[in-house]
Design a protein around this ligand. Sequence first.
Ligand code: LMR
Length: 314
Amino acid sequence: MAQNRKKKIGLIGGGQIGGNLALLAIQKQLGDVVLYDIPAAEGMVKGKALDINQLSAVDGYSCRVTGTTDWKDVAGSDVIIITAGVPRKPGMSREDLLDINLKIMKDVAANIKQHAPNAFVINVANPLDAMVFALHKIAELPKNMVAGMAGVLDTSRFKCFVAEELGCSIRDVEALVLGGHGDDMVPLVRHSTVGGVPLTQLIAKDRLDAIIKRTREGGAELVALYKTGSAYFAPAASSIAMAESFLFDRKRVLPAAALLEGQYGINGYFFGAPVQIGAGGVEKVITVELDGDEKAQLEKSFQSVKKTVDSVKL
Ligand code: LMR
């Protein structure tokens, strides 16, 4: 029966995030995975596929990974996660990657249009909000079938730092980061709680400010540590959370870069907001009520995204 067929997950980019995505998808048994990269990286994708399939035998996973350099193998994917592109190096901003990653995205988006136009497509490549904008336009994907992974990652970092600060279980931290995936992102302190208690009652302002700063610079902190690349474990887990919600119609409410059409006073740009992800892709964009200061912070974040997006030449 069609609804019982194994799902197919296309991973575009066989680097560190791609490898972790493949592993997580198999361990969670989300479906069969196709790990694609360009011919120069054939050994890398074929090697990762073989290695993970051998791991599957240890734990008895039934899903398989195929490493490929042929877009035809990606055809029919239910979900596609794009990590293709160049990571930044210490001292670089995500925006510094615009030209090089846009070139790569143009090719990826054209191939998605040709081979997998019905997939739910999640973009991880940076500068994230601009890349998802270009992807949407070039691949001509319906607005509900394309989103950027960032809010899940940024929110996860925020929650992690809060739990570390308090020495409490991360399971009890509820938080939300809105806005673009840049240094102006907006951790919503007023809306964040631990076990239902507002953060502001638990953490002194100077410590909270430090956590906000660390969250905003969370990607750069890892770039500085890794020196030759950027984060890969948490971005993979964040993308998989979105994919899983789509594949199994979980209808989770997750922050993601979605096309805004008037929400938050923004129209025609992909920007981080809480969205409901289910079998219909981005089924709903949820508007959070903001006070004056939060609105000003969000506007600053939007202006940064807008500047980059407006410079994109398709
Ligand atoms: C991240 O936040 O980890 C990614 O956007 C990668 C980067 O360059 O920071």
